[in-house]
Design a protein around this ligand. Structure first.
Ligand SMILES: *[C@@H]1O[C@H](CO)[C@@H](O)[C@H](O)[C@H]1NC(C)=O
Ligand SMILES: *[C@@H]1O[C@H](CO)[C@@H](O)[C@H](O)[C@H]1NC(C)=O
Ligand SMILES: *[C@@H]1O[C@H](CO)[C@@H](O)[C@H](O)[C@H]1NC(C)=O
Length: 268
């Protein structure tokens, strides 16, 4: 029979032996997109392409143009939607998507995180999301703002089988961090833990996502799911100023800022 003293003395060795064994089996996590990705236009274009994987429009009133996705300050990507009043697409805006595609492998996972200043005005529809490469769905909205004042976290199994969680989005003019941890559950289904500012908001499950390649997209779409009419130069002003109740001006730009984006590989 061992004494309590022996067990206490042995505990650190047992713990490190277990940890050592685990490290031998599991690959150490690696960084797929580093937080320096928005340090310059060349680091942006090392990791991202402009527009959507399929083109320059998607379910809304904006047409995406390369010039509307800019590194204004080192470390921060700005997507800028500008009202043009054009009859087909009334806004020029910005979208980028990761050059790499992302796949959750059996027993593995992926972490996606970034900090955002995002507009919540009617008609502004920014999103940080994953879309199936081979089909839609899958879709996972790591964060989406649909012009209601809320932030939304969503997982689509099909167009009608959707888990959606809307929560109040505090102080939009400030940066807020979102994190989604995607993990294989059973060799086929994937669990997603959605965090806002370090707090777990919801856990959702995606059907059959293991082995399915995903595109990572950051866009500032306009109108569509965020309602209409969207802001125009004559009646609106930059949301940052609007949120802070500064004096109105006639600038017709609406921007989202993103920094410290990271994708971490937890696959074996
Ligand atoms: C947004 O884009 C428009 C047109 O390209 C430009 O005039 C404006 O200065 C930009 N605004 C910001 C905040 O980047
Ligand atoms: C995936 O989840 C569904 C619903 O919970 C379940 O019926 C199915 O057995 C799961 N798949 C696997 C491979 O366990
Ligand atoms: C989506 O599929 C997963 C796995 O089968 C399941 O657990 C989840 O409940 C489904 N979502 C909805 C909204 O039914």
């Amino acid at each position: 029979m061992y004494s309590a003293g022996f067990l206490l003395a042995a505990l650190p060795y047992l713990t490190s032996a277990l940890a050592g064994g685990k490290h031998k089996l599991a690959k150490r996590e690696s960084t797929l997109i580093p937080s320096s990705c928005f340090d310059s236009t060349s680091s942006l274009t090392e990791y991202f392409n402009y527009n959507y994987p399929w083109g320059d429009t998607h379910n809304g009133a904006a047409i995406m143009k390369e010039a509307q996705s800019v590194i204004a300050d080192s470390g921060t990507l700005t997507l800028n939607a500008t009202y043009t009043g054009a009859s087909d697409y009334a806004y020029d805006s910005g979208t980028v998507y990761a050059k790499q595609q992302f796949t959750i492998e059996a027993s593995g996972g992926l972490d996606f995180s970034a900090e955002f200043i995002a507009p919540v005005a009617t008609g502004t529809w920014p999103a940080f999301w994953l879309n199936g490469v081979n089909s839609w769905p899958p879709e996972i909205d790591i964060a989406e703002w649909k012009g209601s004042g809320d932030i939304s976290f969503n997982t689509f199994n099909s167009s009608s089988e959707v888990e959606a969680k809307d929560v109040d989005y505090p102080s939009p003019p400030d940066f807020h961090k979102v994190l989604a941890e995607l993990r294989d559950q059973d060799g086929s289904n994937v669990s997603i833990n959605f965090y806002l500012d370090g707090a777990l908001v919801t856990t959702q499950y995606a059907s059959g996502l293991v082995g399915e390649p995903l595109n990572l997209i950051i866009d500032l779409q306009m109108e569509g799911s965020s309602g209409s009419p969207g802001p125009t130069g004559s009646e609106c002003f930059p949301f940052l100023l609007k949120q802070r109740n500064f004096e109105a001006d006639t600038d017709s730009s609406h921007v989202i800022s993103i920094k410290n984006l990271e994708v971490i590989d937890k696959n074996p």
